[in-house]
Design a protein around this ligand. Structure first.
Ligand SMILES: Nc1ncnc2c1ncn2[C@@H]1O[C@H](COP(=O)(O)OP(=O)(O)OP(=O)(O)O)[C@@H](O)[C@H]1O
Length: 427
């Protein structure tokens, strides 16, 4: 078993945000005072991580809030999360560029990091000089760096510009050299932020391959931040999903990516509905959506099951049930109904369960919920209509498409299709 190489305990980082005020002292109208107070109250309710301190032009903001995890030697870990989740702040603390406000970080080994374009290299020095400088910072002697030099230059493909100061490099060239240096100078830990997105796709592929080798063949540890779920899935088996400065999930990449692509659902929302205890008569006792993945996330094209339990105190011949699937803007996109004259809930009192299975669920990625209708057909008496229950998400993660990543809102429904190439006509 490999030993722990990074140990993070209760880590927090606070920033102080400074607000610009006009500085002109003037009378405020009553409306301005009321509006400001209401806005401040709204901000407090919405954003508990922001706190105005004594001075109203300064605001405390916790970019990381009490996070703990450990990483073993040789692990390749993805760090994912929406913009502003705290990914770069975490990497900066691990790279010792920023100090934490609270908590402890223990790192056993040399860290090479590739963060924003422009960090790590001295702009006035040439590519060659920067390679030696970075090697020295990593504690390597001249002979060791010389041994790696040709590999670095080969990988970065910047031979012609080796004696040019890096301030004249394009951002793509800069990242090529910075990545090559960080990956080849044999650090125990390689930390790479989003910067690879700057390079072209062939170079990105090459870097992903190299990072994979660094971890699997050389037994080094890699931490990788990216918004590309394809890159994250290719490279890592474990992911830490950050949300508003906290760890929302730490574990298997497949699950982490599902959670991320599903838009990081509110944990309080449940795919399960339960009737209030005060209900009486004939009513829907509970409902549940059985999605293909945990946390109410469903992979496009997989079978999905809807389960309903009916509390029946007075069986009636004409009891009917139907449900609709609603999209994000509450438009009904599908309807399913159950009109069975032999249905047990028409014959006997008790709790009756109905299941509806869709073998290939092909609604496109997005957020959905259910609207249910429970009625007596003969008298047109609507017993119960429930709106917006059992929310769930459909993701396209794992559904392969050459060349393009799936985008939200490309369509509402995605059907299987078979293309045929027709004959060719001479013009
Ligand atoms: N120096 C700073 N001063 C004040 N606030 C900062 C500073 N650096 C980061 N922040 C804030 O901290 C939060 C986390 O930022 P961070 O850059 O770590 O997020 P991220 O997950 O890397 O986002 P992205 O995906 O957009 O790069 C953001 O709200 C950001 O505005």
């Amino acid at each position: 078993m490999y030993s722990t190489i990074i140990q993070v305990n209760n880590l927090s980082k606070k920033y102080i945000l400074k607000h610009q005020y006009s500085g002109r002292s003037r009378y405020k109208s009553l409306r301005e005072i009321i509006t400001n107070r209401a806005t401040n109250l709204g901000k407090k309710l919405l954003n508990s991580s922001r706190k105005t301190i004594d001075n109203p032009t300064r605001e405390e903001f916790w970019a990381l809030n009490d996070i703990s995890f450990e990483i073993k030697q040789g692990e390749c870990v993805g760090i994912i999360g929406r913009n502003g989740a705290g990914k770069s702040t975490l990497l900066k603390i691990l790279s010792r560029i920023t100090e934490p406000t609270k908590g402890r970080v223990l790192i056993k080994g040399r860290v090479a990091s590739l963060l924003e374009v422009g960090t790590g290299f001295h702009p006035e020095l040439t590519g060659r000089e920067n390679i030696f400088l970075n090697g020295a910072v990593l504690g390597m002697n001249k002979a060791e760096i010389k041994r790696k030099f040709d590999e670095i230059v080969d990988f970065a493909e910047v031979e012609k510009f080796l004696d040019t100061p890096v301030k004249h490099y394009s951002s793509g060239m800069y990242v090529r050299l910075a990545f090559a240096v960080a990956a080849h100078l044999e650090p125990e830990i390689l930390i790479v932020d989003e910067v690879l997105a700057v390079g072209d796709s062939a170079f990105q592929k090459k870097c992903l391959g190299k990072m994979g080798d660094v971890a699997s063949k050389e037994g080094r540890t890699v931490l990788f931040v990216s918004h590309s779920m394809t890159a994250i899935s290719q490279l890592t088996q474990r992911c830490i999903l950050l949300s508003k400065g906290s760890i929302l999930f730490d574990g298997n990449t497949h699950q982490a990516v599902h959670l991320y692509t599903a838009g990081v659902r509110d944990q309080a929302e449940s795919t399960y509905y339960q009737a209030p205890v005060t209900k009486k008569g004939n009513y829907l006792a509970w409902a549940q959506v059985h999605t293909s993945e945990d946390y109410g996330i469903h992979s496009w094209g997989e079978p999905i099951n809807f389960e309903f339990a009916f509390h029946i105190s007075q069986p009636k011949d004409s009891l009917c049930f139907s449900f609709q699937i609603l999209n994000e803007i509450e438009q009904a996109v599908c309807i399913f109904w159950f009109f069975d004259s032999q249905a047990p809930f028409r014959q006997e009192p008790g709790l009756h369960i109905l299941r509806c299975k869709i073998p290939k669920f092909r609604l496109y990625m997005g957020s959905y919920s259910l609207r249910t209708w429970f009625s007596e057909r003969s008298s047109n008496n609507l017993l119960e209509k429930l709106n917006h229950i059992c929310p769930f998400e459909v993701t396209m993660y794992g559904v392969k498409r050459e060349e393009y990543e799936w985008q939200r809102d490309e369509c509402a429904y995605l059907e299987d299709s078979v293309w045929e190439v027709g004959g060719k006509f001479q013009l």
